[in-house]
Design a protein around this ligand. Structure first.
Ligand code: ADP
Ligand code: NA
Length: 333
């Protein structure tokens, strides 16, 4: 079992990114390795180019994302942690696979339609083609399992089709068909001000979002001031159904404490938000504070973070090189 997963280097990570993405990677690392498998995690800096970003910002985001992952519990000794660019085989295999993938297949990708919107002619070729790079990201390592959210299922199907067509066209069994890995559903975290919109780096109010870089007092204040309602917590989770603010705060509590919402309700039923919000604030500070401290310490020495990426890339290249060579040989290169 070899799990391969990438994350785009976006800056200014918030609690939604942590609970919905980063924390999932950390628990996957532990679960997969307990089963004797391997985890490869990469910062998808090449995918970061598909929509324009200032070069200095992209560079900083890559280092900050790496520091965040390590601070949150990804262990560069146990997982192969690297950024795509330092493993040139990603780009090289993507070009080979570009000649296997069909234009008709890419035309069906709904993500391109969503992201390009009405301006399809003005979108970059990279935005159109990035599912092929995603296929290369996984096939390069003969990844067996890929954790996928709903929005990425179609891209994994494409990777499977590309693997099958490559094997057929070139009379080889080189590429393994990666399987989707349905991990524990990631919680969806909503804004602390308006629970009808998700917590996002584009929330207009800074009060709506807890950033991983926030200091303890800021974290606590944001939870104490979070929008809630006047009722006490219900006796069971069904009672949260039409109380989006209450539901969001219980969801956050459960995710931070690593328990189910049912457990949170069992422990706090009947409690009003005057008591629950300070309890949540304490829990958030206790959980997020140490991650922030580790992140800040790592970012004190960005060159060292970069060296960690170099070491990860070295391991990744060792795994990637023979597969790329085999693909080149199969194609007559
Ligand atoms: P944003 O919406 O802030 O721009 P991204 O789209 O860059 O965040 O998402 C990066 C990762 O974080 C993705 O895996 C995404 O599913 C996850 N994520 C983002 N916002 C949330 C949220 N509010 N709740 C749960 N997961 C989230
Ligand atoms: Na998003």
């Amino acid at each position: 079992m070899r799990v391969v997963s990438g994350i785009k280097p976006t800056g200014n990570l918030h609690l939604g990114n942590y609970l919905g993405a980063v924390k999932q990677w950390v628990s996957m690392q532990d679960e997969i390795q307990q089963q004797g498998g391997e985890t490869l995690y990469f910062i998808a800096d090449l995918h970061g180019l598909t929509e324009w970003i200032a070069p200095a910002e992209l560079a900083a985001n890559t280092i900050e994302m790496t520091a965040t992952l390590i601070a949150a519990g990804i262990d560069p000794e146990r997982s192969v942690l690297f950024n795509q660019t330092r493993v040139p085989q990603h780009s090289e295999l993507a070009w080979l696979l570009n000649n296997v993938a069909r234009v008709g297949w890419l035309n069906r990708m709904t993500q391109f339609k969503d992201k390009a919107g009405k301006n399809r002619e003005g979108a970059s070729v990279g935005l159109y083609d990035y599912p092929v790079l995603m296929a290369a990201d996984v096939l390069l390592y003969n990844g067996t399992h890929v954790p996928v959210g709903e929005d990425q299922k179609q891209h994994l199907e494409l990777a499977r089709d590309i693997a099958a067509k490559f094997n057929l066209d070139y009379g080889t069994e080189l590429f393994t068909q990666p399987e989707p890995m349905v991990s524990k559903a990631a919680p969806r975290i909503m804004s602390l001000r308006d629970a009808s919109s998700k917590m996002s780096k584009s929330n207009p109010s800074v009060q709506a979002r807890v950033n991983l870089i926030d200091d303890d007092a800021t974290i606590a204040a944001k939870f104490r001031k979070a929008t809630s309602d006047a009722d006490a917590l219900p006796q069971d989770v069904a009672g949260l159904a039409d109380r989006p603010e209450a539901k969001n705060l219980v969801t956050i509590y459960a995710a931070l404490a690593d328990v189910t919402p049912e457990q949170v309700i069992a422990d706090h039923a009947g409690q009003g938000f005057g008591a629950f919000k300070p309890a949540l604030a304490d829990l958030a500070v206790a959980t997020l504070g140490p991650i922030r401290d580790r992140m800040v310490r790592l970012l004190d020495d960005r060159a060292e973070v970069s060296r960690l990426l170099d070491r990860g890339a070295e391991k990744a290249r060792d795994l990637a090189a023979p597969n790329l060579l085999a693909a080149q040989r199969a194609m007559g290169l």
